[in-house]
Each structure stands twice: as C-alpha cells, then as structure tokens.
Design a protein around this ligand. Structure first.
Ligand SMILES: [Zn+2]
Ligand SMILES: [Zn+2]
Length: 353
C-alpha cells in the first residue's frame, strides 16, 4: 500500500507512518497499552481491523513469563475475529473472519507430509511473533476463514480447533467411547469435536462448572476425578474395557500416565497437553495393549472448517463458554486478575470495537 499522494482518495487505514494502539507484555507480570506503527499490507496480504481477541492458558503463561517460546516485549493475541478493511471477492471489505494464527515453512518434514500444523518452524501470533491485540493486522488470505458467525463465535473458533484436531488425530468414530481428560478451553473443543462425530464422550475434570459446560458441549457423562474414583467410574461406563480413545488436555504427569492406564486394549491415546516435567511410564502397557500413542499440535484448515460448521449449526454453547468480555483498555487488568485468580474465569475476550 502506498502513502497518500495529492489527488488520491484519503485512506483511513494502513497508511505508512500511521500509529495505532497495542497491548504489550513488557516483562513477566507487566502488560500495558502502547503505540506502534500501523501495519501496511504487502502484496498477497490483507489489512484487517481486529474486532475481538480471546485469552487462553497460553496467554496466561506468557503474561506470567512461563512460556518458553515467548520473549519480551511481546504483543499477545492468537484467538481472533477481525473484519477485512480492504479486499475483494471472498474477502470483500466488511467481511468478518476467523484467523489461523500459525505459519508453515513449506520445507520441513511436517510440511512435506501435508501436516503444516506441526511445522518445525511454526510461528504462532502472540507467541513467537507479535500477535493481534492491536487495532490492525495484516494476514495472507489463506489464513482467513470468512463466515456469517458473530464476532464472539468467530473468536472462539481457533481454541476449539485445537481439540477438533486431537479428535481427528485419534480417528474418533461414532462407535467410539472417548474420555477427555481436562475440560478447559482445549478439552472442551475435544468434547465438542468427538460428540460431533457421534462418539459417546466421558468428560473428566476436577471443577464441576467445567463439567457442566462440557456436558452442554456434547459430553454424555462426567466424572469429577477429585470426588469420584476415576478408574472405577471409567470401567463402569465402558463395560470393563476402558475408553477406546483417551484425549489428554492437561499436561500433568498423573494424567499422562492415567491416559495409557485407562485406555482400552488396542485403544488410542492423544496428547494435547504440554507436560512441563518428565513423565515416567510403565511402558509395558504400550506393548501389552498395542496402543496408538499420538501427539496433537495446533490445527489444520479442515479443523477450522469443521468448527465453523458446528458453530453455524448452533451446536456449541458459546455464551456459556465465555465468562467475560472486556474493552481493550482493560485487557492488561484482565490478564492480571486472571493470573491472581485462575479459577475465577472460564474464558476472557477482549473487544476492540
Ligand atoms: Zn489459545
Ligand atoms: Zn514446515
């Protein structure tokens, strides 16, 4: 985009030299609004007005300085709904979109195998590169998913895709019983994704409120593993065989182990949680049960399409899942309150309108 010259219609956005506001993490525990240069769309990119940004556990980790992939200063924001400022065709000005925050190099082993979600050199918005908590961003159209969904719904697409991808990795079918360990944002997507495929889903968490939400998202059974004996309940619910698929969305050594202990013989285990410490296993179970054990990372375009379809069908309790929407000016305070009181919030979204 060129700077304004005399006689050209005045552009409101994307002028070289213009300034805009952004929320910046300066150092662990410190977030404030700062002024940065407005981005200018290069060739093959579109200028977008950011409308809403969601926070998840990884943003909380970044804020606390516990995300090893984040260096400071960093602008967070990878769960985004936005509006095209200037574009054409499917991406005409005014079109609302969800965004895929990942990049892929096209040359690493994952990319060559058609699995760019696990690109060795991926750079997620707000993690390895500056994110979307700012007024404008530029993106290539391939990362945009236009839909008539509301801004709030578009903003919840990305966090749900991560769980949907795990369900795809686990080859979940309608005949399966799937146990999901952890019903926070990511686990909730796995519950919704597995139930959208017709599977019977057992939701496991230690917080009743999260279990209620998981039920609203399609869970058939819930187990509060703090109050109920996990192994006994899983056996009861599966005729003594254990779940066909276990999806682990917590990342603790105990749940990493429980996944292989509880899954049925010849079952599938999918890990989404990042374990922060080494996990010791009774590895004979891998062999004895002839398990498929898989990792699941980020999401593919088809996961975005599947989530959008689910939301368009009104099959996900969006209002119930989002606990608070704060204005841009309050985004830093919201991160602070969340950090001080992690169990108080389900999902925080920031409105930039
Ligand atoms: Zn997230
Ligand atoms: Zn790659």
């Amino acid at each position: 985009m060129l700077p304004n010259v005399a006689g050209e219609p005045k552009r409101r956005f994307g002028r070289r030299g213009s300034k805009m506001k952004a929320l910046q993490l300066q150092k662990p525990g410190h977030a404030s609004i700062t002024t940065i240069a407005e981005p200018v769309a290069g060739s093959g990119e579109l200028l977008l007005k950011v409308r809403m940004v969601g926070f998840c556990g990884s943003d909380l980790n970044s804020f606390r300085g516990l995300n090893p992939l984040v260096t400071f200063p960093r602008i967070p924001g990878h769960e985004v709904s936005a509006t095209v400022v200037e574009g054409h065709g499917d991406f005409a000005a005014g079109t609302n979109v969800a965004i895929s925050p990942y990049t892929s190099c096209g040359r690493c082993a994952s990319c060559l195998r058609g699995r760019p979600n696990a690109c060795q050199f991926n750079q997620t918005l707000g993690v390895q590169r500056d994110g979307a908590l700012t007024e404008f961003i530029v993106m290539p159209p391939g990362k945009l998913y236009p839909s008539r969904l509301s801004l709030k719904e578009l903003c919840i697409v990305e966090p749900l895709t991560v769980g949907f991808h795990a369900v795809a990795r686990g080859r979940v079918a309608a005949t399966d019983t799937v146990a999901v360990f952890g019903c926070g944002g990511v686990g909730l997507g796995a519950v919704a994704g597995a139930s959208a495929r017709g599977a019977r889903v057992i939701c496991i968490d230690v917080e009743d409120e999260k279990l209620l939400l998981a039920q609203a998202a399609g869970g058939a059974h819930v187990i509060n593993s703090e109050r109920e004996p996990l192994h006994k309940r899983l056996q009861e619910l599966t005729g003594g065989r254990g779940p066909d698929v276990v999806i682990e969305a917590i990342g603790s050594p105990a749940t990493f182990r429980a996944a292989v202990e509880e899954v049925a013989f010849t079952g599938r285990v999918v890990y989404i949680g990042y374990a922060k410490e080494p996990v010791s296993y009774e590895t004979k179970l891998f062999v004895q049960k002839e398990l498929d054990i898989m990792g699941s990372r980020n999401a593919l375009p088809e996961d975005f399409q599947a989530v959008i379809q689910l939301l368009e069908a009104g099959k996900f309790p969006v209002d119930q899942a989002v606990s608070v929407i704060v204005p841009f000016e309050e985004a830093g305070n919201a991160l602070r309150s969340w950090s001080e009181n992690p169990s108080k919030f389900k999902k925080i979204m920031v409105s930039l309108d």
